[in-house]
Design a binder for this molecule. Sequence first.
Ligand code: SF4
Ligand code: MG
Length: 318
Amino acid sequence: KQVLLEVKNLTRYFPVGRGERVHAVDHVSFRLERGKTLGLVGESGCGKSTTARTIIRIYEPTEGRIIFDGQDISHLSERELHPVRKHMQMIFQDPYASLNARMTVRDILAEPLFAHKLVKSKEEAGGFVYPMLEKVGLTREHANRYAHEFSGGQRQRVGIARALILKPELVICDEPISALDVSIQAQIINLLRDYQEESGTAYLFIAHDLSMVRYVSDEVGVMYLGQLVELCEAEEIYAHPLHPYTRGLLGAIPVANPKLARQKVKSSIEGDIPSPIHPPSACRFHTRCPFATEKCKEEEPVLKDMGGGHLCACHLYD
Ligand code: SF4
Ligand code: MG
């Protein structure tokens, strides 16, 4: 087992004036091994994209550390980050917004090769670009066209090709299939899985829905209002979800714990997500949790091992 990425107490707040701040990511810790996939799930606004963007250092962390391939990159300058970025790429949710409309696909894919001085000429770049296009299910003919001429699925293939052309160790996939037709989603998932098998690239795969990460993840983490509330092996989370929020996301799933089995599990989570500027006290889920007690409002549950490496932050299991 080799750890590629370790995130320790990662925290990112955004000031919003009058001394207030958005608690976007709050003391999140996890590890990702080489060649593996961690699925990170939660409703929009839970901090998963901010987590991704802080790891890749689009943002600087407010607190905590990001250790990538043995190096602490938490506070590196842009200049120091440049060589690290070669090994750490991102695939974005919106392939429309993330691709330059004025560039041909060939130039979009060649740009990172030039930026990292892997090639000196357009001819040399072609030696990387054409095989990459084929790898993502496109052809040489697509190289001279512009991204806006393509369908959403094709455009996402270009976004994936651009991320993979540097052969990164880590790819952060920020909702890469959410904007695509259901029929295309499985194709993109299969493409990413096949590439991982062949290359040993690790993925941090972000989605708002547990079903979207099911077939790619080795481990799954669930975030709520900036915090990680549950983290375990993928099969385990679908078979034995522990946190009431996770169980809500999955719908009414029968639970093995007899203490909980007697209580009716709500099939959906009621209520709005509270403001991340003034998150609820102690357990942030207490305003929506069907099992909340006084203790949940007063004492913050910590993420701890419930057995076999299944981490959960909830007083129900104290
Ligand atoms: Fe619900 Fe309490 Fe567990 Fe929070 S700690 S999820 S409020 S039971
Ligand atoms: Mg997002």
